[in-house]
Structures are given as C-alpha cells and as structure tokens.
Design a protein around this ligand. Structure first.
Ligand code: IMP
Length: 199
C-alpha cells in the first residue's frame, strides 16, 4: 500500500503541478477532503516560515502526513520583491494579472530584468518536519506571453529558453521549474531516508 500524503495547499494550480511531479509514490489527497473551512494561514516573513506554517497548520489540525509549498518570485532590480508577497503583490484579491501589471510597471525602463523563482516544500511526517528548496534563474520579459500555468508564468523566461513558463506545457515546465527542483530533492529523500517505514 502506498503511503498517504495530504497536499497542504488550496491553490488548484499547485495541486495540479505537484500531483504530476509526485507521480505514483504516494496515495495523494488534498485538504479539500478534510472539511477545512478557512484559508491556511501564511503570516511569516520568509518563504521558509510560511511553508512551515502551512504544514504545521494541517499537521496540528488533522494529524496527517502532509506536504506544503510556499513559493515566490524574486526580482533583483526590485531588491528581491515581490518575494514572500508574490501572491498578494497588487492586493488581497490575489489577482495574477494585476500582480504582473504592477511588476512590469515597476520594471519599466530598467535594463536588469534578472529574477528567480523559489519554492520551499515542507514535509510533515509523524511529528517531524523536513524542508526542500528549489530555484530557477531567468528574466522578466516586457509583455506577458502564453496561456498555460498560473501566477507570473507569462512574464518569466528561464535562462537558456526562448519560451516563458506560460508558453510551456505542464510537462515542459515540470522538467525544469523551481517546484520541480524542490520536489526532486523531496523524492530523493523519501526514497533514500526510509522515513516512511511504519507509515
Ligand atoms: P504562495 O506560495 O501561496 O504564497 O503563492 C505564491 C505566489 O507566487 C502565487 O500566487 C503566484 O503568484 C506566484 N507563484 C508561485 N509559484 C509560481 C509558479 O510556478 N509560476 C508562477 N507564479 C508562481
């Protein structure tokens, strides 16, 4: 029997990507099956804090093995912004298009377009918490391109590629993106550390 894991996120795009990345290692469930009526809190000052907070919240309330994801886009010319505020950059409505327009406005006329996406995953299993980080370097393009993905995907072009993330299929993005790199570390850990014995 495969070990059970709950994805500690309410973001449907992340769920789609994570399910694709995890493959058949786990019996995957989502928090929508747990009758959770509130938004999972994320009030930390860093991606690490938020990632841990999300996993702890689900672990404390439901006592299940779970995997959380906190991610952000860090733009060098903006001192690392939007970073931990990526989801709410243009306001509480978490509007992807407004977030991108705000960012592009702030970068208007600025030559340095370099940026990175970062993901911090936190895995909770039987009272222990483990974190895994992945990043990808790239640049912010001048105008949004592509229909796939979510968030800032239409304006992020990874180094060495002609397409933005939103011009890539899910399979293409999952070959190289920040979330995929963090997930690779998590999967390696699961396969080598033996934490699942007795699950
Ligand atoms: P959080 O991890 O739920 O705090 O949200 C992170 C925010 O960063 C999302 O709402 C998106 O705006 C952005 N983001 C995170 N990962 C990605 C990604 O893979 N592509 C594009 N935007 C992302």
């Amino acid at each position: 029997m495969k070990p059970v894991i709950y994805l500690a996120t309410q973001n449907l795009h992340k769920i789609e990507e994570i399910k694709d990345l995890l493959g058949d290692l786990f019996d995957i469930h989502t928090v929508f099956e747990l009758n959770l009526l509130v938004e999972i809190p994320e009030t930390g000052n860093t991606l690490e804090e938020n990632s841990r907070q999300k996993a702890e919240f689900i672990a404390n309330h439901f006592h299940v093995s779970c995997l959380s994801d906190d991610s952000g886009l860090e733009v060098n010319a903006l001192g690392g912004k939007p970073g931990v505020f990526s989801a709410r950059y243009a306001g509480e409505s978490k509007d992807d298009s407004a977030n991108m327009q705000k960012l592009l406005g702030e970068l208007y006329g600025i030559a340095d377009r370099s940026a990175r996406f970062v993901t911090v995953l936190t895995y909770h299993h039987q009272g222990d918490f483990y974190t895994f980080e992945g990043e990808i370097l790239g640049q912010i393009v001048d105008t949004p391109r592509g229909e796939h993905g979510f968030g800032y995907d239409p304006i992020f072009q990874p180094h060495g590629y002609e397409k933005t993330f939103a011009e890539m299929t899910l399979a293409e993005k999952n070959q190289l993106a920040h979330r995929a790199r963090a997930m690779q570390k998590f999967k390696q850990f699961i396969q080598t550390a033996g934490v699942l014995h007795g699950n």
